[in-house]
Design a protein around this ligand. Structure first.
Ligand code: SAM
Length: 171
């Protein structure tokens, strides 16, 4: 089971990035995302609406980062450009089954580096929480993301060209 914790959401500034963290987490098979920082119902509802259309299960909730980390039973992986290179640690992390993948925001509290079991970088260069999350999950799952989404109203039938979206009556 994979959970994602997105730190320090800011109302009015981070809606798009936080939404995309949720969408990436869901698409790659995480079971849910927790947002710390400002509570933003609209942003969380936009992630939930994708789950309603395209399937789940995928939970979306707001929570404090300290209690989320404290209560999590499993391995905590903090993605940060200052951490150890992903390619050096990914084999070891793949052996862990319950993961909390933590991505930061504008400011990351220093205590996080101590509380995480792993501080992992996806290249030792600054970029984005969305990219770091996507690349890390892709590597953790060996490029084989979750395929089955339950209760999806819509399903893409892959095509070489054009678009084919099938409407499901039940799944
Ligand atoms: N200045 C922030 C800090 O103290 O780390 C980073 C801000 S960055 C815009 C937001 C988040 O993107 C980071 O907290 C981290 O989760 C992720 N991130 C950015 N570059 C990364 C990298 N090279 N490897 C892993 N994660 C990265």
């Amino acid at each position: 089971m994979i959970e994602v914790l997105r730190l320090g959401h800011r109302l009015g500034r981070d809606a798009r990035i936080s939404t995309h963290c949720g969408l990436v987490a869901r698409a790659f098979g995480a079971g849910g995302i927790v947002y710390s920082g400002d509570r933003d119902r609209k942003m969380m509802d936009s992630v939930r609406s994708v789950t309603r259309e395209w399937g789940g299960p995928f939970s979306v909730r707001h929570g404090s980062f300290r209690s989320t980390i404290k209560n999590f039973r499993g391995t905590k992986v903090h993605l940060t450009m200052y951490g150890l290179p992903m390619e050096k640690k990914i084999r070891e992390i793949r052996k862990k089954r319950n993961l909390l993948v933590i991505v930061g925001g504008e400011k990351v509290p220093g205590e996080l580096y101590e509380k995480a079991d792993y501080n992992i970088s996806v290249t030792s260069q600054p970029h984005s929480e969305i990219a770091a999350l996507g690349v890390f999950l892709h590597e953790y799952l060996r490029g084989r993301p979750k395929k089955r989404f339950k209760h999806a109203r819509l399903k893409i039938i892959p095509k070489e060209r054009g678009k084919y979206v099938k409407a499901n009556s039940s799944d």
